[in-house]
Design a protein around this ligand. Sequence first.
Ligand SMILES: [Zn+2]
Ligand SMILES: [Zn+2]
Length: 382
Amino acid sequence: MAVSAQHLDEAIAWRRDFHRYPELGYQEHRTAERVAALLHAWGIEVARGVAGTGVIGTLRNGTGPTVGLRADMDALPVSERGDTPWASTRPGVMHACGHDGHTAILLATARILSQTREFCGTLHFIFQPAEENLGGARKMVEEGLFTRFPMDAIYALHNWPGIPLGHIALNSGAMMASLDAFEITLTGKSCHAAMPENGADPIVAAAQLIMALQTIPARRLAPTASAVVSVTQINGGEAINVIPEKVVLKGTLRCLQSDVREQVIALIESFTQTQPPMLGVEGTLRWQSGYPVTVNHPEMACKVQAAAIAANTPVQWGVIPSMASEDFACMLQHCAGAYFWIGADGEMPSKPLHNAGYDFNDRLIEPAVNFWLALVRECCPR
Ligand SMILES: [Zn+2]
Ligand SMILES: [Zn+2]
């Protein structure tokens, strides 16, 4: 059971087609339509409309475990710099994270398994919308992913620049950080820049608060805890001789342990309430609901490792987690499973994810499909 040249050519064609017509989160109408039509043509049961554009294909073959394999379908609001024949035709939108590749890989896997049926159990091929910051995984869970389609385990892969082509990399715990976005509004009192005694200066309050936030990882957390607080936007002021009324700060918090995440959230809230009033300024804080830490379940991470060993695929075990985040974390909170990286570097190193010059490495399709097949053999043996 392996990928034939014909399967591979088709998968590359799908990948390049998705790349030409990228769609942002929850707008993957064309992609979802193609995915559903292909699954249907291969005799796979199709459910649509889970989290808007989500598609789930179900393939049954006798009695055995029920396993979910997830691919993400959305693109990013990035203007592509590449000039390949399959470059994005949609200005300002591109597949800069390789979700075009993930979708094509899972489609090819579904197609092969629908023909060979070399497994015992039930497989759910989950095509998720809106992975990039829009919470598509959480929405799928809320709309009954695991109640309508109960699963014993769920897995997801992500192509990963910096790792040799087709090598698997994972660990048995945290793989990706949590992500929370915050917005702090500092409201003071506007006045003439020459007469600060008549106002309350939100610019100085902002400067003080930004520096104070940096002391959270440095002075309030144990050195073994992992958290990064980054203020990434600061907006306020119009005239050079006027102290403004308002400053708005925006930023992100990323952590590798959920208890640390809670601790830092509480500290940012406390700093926002207590520091600005020392300058007569009021601070209010708004959180945008984020992604939890992506934590692998040890038993399922071991299955991935075992599948790699059985398929003679090199596996890096115990990798250092990334401080980037992954929506699949929400699925892992409700179902046992594992998330792993698959190396994307060929003869040339891959461009970084989210870069305008990035393009999914088509040479990865073959080893990635073969790896999904190996994992299915491991989880649902005949
Ligand atoms: Zn991404
Ligand atoms: Zn991604």
